[in-house]
Structure formats: C-alpha cells, structure tokens
Design a protein around this ligand. Structure first.
Ligand SMILES: NC(=O)c1ccc[n+]([C@@H]2O[C@H](COP(=O)([O-])OP(=O)(O)OC[C@H]3O[C@@H](n4cnc5c(N)ncnc54)[C@H](OP(=O)(O)O)[C@@H]3O)[C@@H](O)[C@H]2O)c1
Length: 219
C-alpha cells in the first residue's frame, strides 16, 4: 500500500507515520506538509508545500496512491470561525478534491473528532465546521472515505502535540492517561491505536463510513 500523509508533524500524524513505517505492508509514505518531519526512513519521502488551497503545482507527485491519511488540523480554541474553517474545511477539501480526481482508487481517511456535528447546525462552531467537512468528503468520488472521530488521544512513543495547551494538559495528566485509555475505550484512544486502525481500514474497509472512538479501538 502506498500512503499519502498530511499532518505528519502533528501529534496524530506522528503516530500514524510511526505505524506506517513499522508495517511491512506499507511500501511507501509521502508526507505533504509546510514543514519537514525531521525523520529519515527508506520508505518515507517528504514534499514541502506552502499553499494548502492550491495543489496544482504538485499534482504530478500526488497520483498513484492507495490511501490518504489526512491528519492535518488545528484546535479551534481562540480562532474565529473564518480562520478555523479555512484550515479545517478549505485546506482539506482542496487536497481531497485534487486527490479524488487523480486517484479514483484511493481510500481517504479524515481525522475529525468526537462530537462532530453531522447536521452542521449545532452551536459549537468547531463541530459544525468538522461536520460540513465530513459530509462533503463523503460526497467525493473516492473508492472509499472514512471519518475517524477520536475522543481523547493519548500520545505514546515519545510523541508530543504541537499545541502548547495540549502539551501542558498531557504533562499534568500523564500518570492517569494509560488508566483512562483502559477504563474508557468509548472516549479515549492512543496514537498507536489510531495509526493501526487507519492502516487496517485502508486495507480492509469498515462496516460504516464514520468511526467513533470505540470503533477505532475495536478495529
Ligand atoms: N490531539 C487529540 O487528542 C485529538 C483528538 C481528536 C481529534 N483530533 C484532531 O486531529 C487532528 C490533528 O490533531 P493533532 O493533535 O495532531 O494536532 P497538532 O499536534 O497541533 O498537529 C497539527 C498538524 O497540522 C498541521 N497544520 C496546522 N496548521 C497548519 C497550516 N496552517 N498549514 C499547514 N499545516 C498545518 C501541522 O503542521 P506544522 O507542523 O507545520 O505546524 C501539524 O502537522 C485535528 O484535526 C484535531 O482536531 C485531535
């Protein structure tokens, strides 16, 4: 399986990249980001791209992939709806529309989050924006598309969030996180579980397009 990875420098993306490089069935990973991961691996290639609204300059590099794991995203804390929508919806759809056109056999997996609002009408701004993103992704002509909705993700293997607020939270909660993961599989997962689940779902599919935290852990 040849994998395209967005957000490989982030907490979720680092976990997904790690599992991809550990899996002998993943032949290659191409990371697309505005910054490099700093990792070296014979099966990893990186492409630095600045304009996430326009992928036409790198379109030739984006063909021939079996799966895309889209882990790029930000916390909505302190952001206006317009700024949050630009990264969450506009960046994701610009990439996905390009990929659906040039990779009709691709499985596209998007990381949204627990509480995402499929009705697009609820009060929390982030949940509406993620809901519209999910809905529009599911309408694109991919071979298959899956929406992952993790709750709290425990970072393992030395992985850290890029968001300062989350780093502080994880540092304070560190002793409790493994216990929470074991006790509350409906709400808590790990970077390893998310990464493994993405690879498995890309290979075998899943029984439904939207996977909640519990479904991710079960996969
Ligand atoms: N962490 C959790 O517990 C959790 C739980 C549920 C859902 N999620 C969702 O998972 C996704 C990833 O979260 P995370 O925790 O991995 O976040 P993170 O650690 O903050 O990483 C964010 C990733 O997105 C990229 N990115 C952010 N803004 C960008 C921009 N303007 N242009 C280009 N790239 C940009 C970052 O690249 P740079 O390195 O270049 O900044 C990085 O690769 C988000 O959608 C989040 O809502 C996370």
């Amino acid at each position: 399986m040849n994998v395209l990875l967005f957000g490989a420098t982030g907490m979720v993306g680092q976990g997904v990249l790690r599992e991809c490089l550990l899996d002998p069935g993943v032949q290659s990973v191409l990371s697309i980001g505005r910054s490099a991961t700093g990792q070296r691996h014979p099966r990893l290639r990186e492409l630095i791209h600045r304009d996430f609204l326009d992928f036409s300059p790198i379109e030739n590099d984006l063909a021939g992939f079996d799966a895309c794991f889209f882990c790029l995203g930000v916390s909505s804390a302190g952001m206006t709806e317009e700024a949050y929508r630009r990264i969450t919806y506009d960046f994701t759809m610009a990439a996905a529309r390009t990929l659906a056109r040039i990779n009709p056999n691709m499985t596209f997996i998007y990381v949204s989050g627990m509480g995402t609002d499929s009705s697009e009408r609820g009060r929390p701004m982030w949940a509406r924006v993620k809901g519209k993103t999910e809905n529009d992704l599911l309408g694109l002509p991919f071979k298959a598309a899956y929406m992952f909705r993790p709750g709290l993700i425990v970072p393992l293997d030395g992985i850290e969030s890029k968001t300062r607020l989350y780093r502080a939270f994880y540092a304070v909660m560190a002793p409790l996180l493994p216990l929470l993961n074991a006790a509350f599989p409906k709400y808590v997962t790990t970077t390893e579980q998310v990464g493994r689940a993405m690879i498995t779902v890309a290979r075998q599919g899943a029984s439904k397009p939207v996977l909640e935290n519990k479904d991710i852990n079960e996969v």
